[in-house]
Design a protein. Structure first.
Length: 402
């Protein structure tokens, strides 16, 4: 955890020092242009919906990496120039050293994907590894559902935002230092694996260069989001050679082979994680929170259809109990909505308000609301603060069928 704090401080200091050169500023402008311009290099392509870039990649991990690096090569090179120009060299070298030590633990298919992305984009492989190992985000999440509700697949149009969705709804904040990238760098990545692979198609809300995501949903309606842990056991970071991977990769890998919350929970509990982590999972029927640590895991769920999480373990996994105002805010918003509707339900507008109220506004980079039953995702990214909206709505069945 000390490394995360030190890295954050170093990156922020670099940005505030105003050390960018003309080349860095040009690269920063180019990054924004590249992520706001649709392009195709079949079969991969980038669509732009409002201010949300949507990247589609197809095939094996190596094929996806090649398409990612080809379609977004100019954007990846601009991002690399920004990182080297905006951040102190000592910080960049520290990130690369840390990532290089843990590269051995990346699954073979992730290494294949990143190597193909590197070759296609011209960005060094070790830099892409660092992008996929170093970043961490501080977040919060809320799920609300009626345990008595019969969850049959929804095919009807979305309900008015002021009316309850009729199914489970999950909202989440991704709060972290933007380092000047508040309005660029976030994107949706739609992964289309080959049918014979047995993997699920996935939509990940991600950052440029990442092959996983901190938030997402697969074609079976299993939604996921993670939260960094601030009250886990000290010295709990896994060392190199332990097989530990960062959570954005662990969740993507688990979601690719999960049809239910139970499936994904079992897979995540069987993995080794780089640092203590919280994950909220939800499907059409229920939600649960996993507390993942070096010495095992715990599950939290709810009998009354209201479940929240922020950045703190709340079972015996916690080093010490912590009262978190963001957790309390989410629970209060859900309880108020349940009282209004006479059962645990929330409308889209109510969830938007709950997410906005619980966000760390200066650090709000991504805000996402997920409806697993309807396979819908409402996304606010590339604006500051993201939790203030407005949201762009995506039909995930449509995205994953393309």
């Amino acid at each position: 955890m000390k490394l995360v704090a030190a890295a954050s401080a170093a990156m922020l200091a670099g940005m505030l020092a105003g050390c960018a050169t003309i080349d860095g500023l040009i690269a920063y402008h180019q990054l924004g242009c590249e992520l706001s311009t649709a392009k195709q290099v079949p079969p991969g392509r980038l669509d732009v919906v409002g201010n949300v870039p949507v990247l589609h990649v197809y095939g094996t991990p190596a094929e996806m990496g090649k398409q990612y690096g080809t379609v977004l090569g100019r954007a990846l090179r601009a991002e690399s120039r920004c990182i080297h120009d905006f951040l102190p060299g000592r910080a960049v070298n520290g990130f690369l050293t840390y990532a290089n030590a843990h590269e051995v633990d990346l699954p073979a298919e992730v290494r294949e994907e990143l190597k193909a992305m590197s070759e296609a984009s011209g960005v060094k492989y070790e830099e892409l590894v660092a992008l996929n190992i170093v970043p961490k985000v501080a977040c919060s999440a809320l799920a609300v559902w009626d345990p008595a509700h019969d969850s049959t697949p929804a095919t009807t149009p979305a309900a008015p935002v002021t009316q309850p969705t009729g199914g489970l709804i999950m909202g989440r904040n991704a709060d972290y230092y933007s380092f000047g990238f508040k309005d660029r760098g976030s994107l949706l990545v739609v992964r289309h694996p080959p049918a014979e692979s047995g993997k699920q198609a996935i939509v990940c809300v991600s950052f440029l260069g990442m092959v996983g995501g901190f938030t997402g949903m697969n074609e079976k309606g299993v939604a996921f989001a993670n939260m960094l842990v601030f009250n886990g056991p000290p010295g709990a970071m896994a060392g190199p050679g332990t097989g530990a991977v960062t959570i954005q990769l662990a969740m993507r890998i688990a979601a690719e082979k999960s049809a239910t919350v139970d499936d994904m929970a079992k897979t995540l509990q069987g993995q080794t994680h780089l640092i203590p982590m919280l994950v909220m999972l939800a499907d059409e029927r229920r939600a649960e929170v996993l507390e993942l640590g070096p010495d095992g895991s715990r599950e939290r769920t709810s009998d009354n259809g209201i479940l929240a999480a922020s950045n703190y373990f709340r079972t015996e996994m916690a080093l010490k109990p912590v009262d978190c105002p963001r957790f309390a805010s989410l629970m209060e918003s859900a309880a108020h909505a349940a009282a209004e509707h006479g059962k645990p339900e929330m409308s889209l507008a109510e969830m938007e308000a709950a997410v906005r109220k619980a966000a760390i506004m200066p650090l709000s980079l991504q805000a996402i609301i997920l409806e697993p039953q309807a396979r819908r995702m409402h996304v606010s990214i590339n604006r500051s603060p993201a939790a203030a909206g407005p949201y762009t709505t995506f039909d995930l069945r449509e995205l994953m069928s393309k």
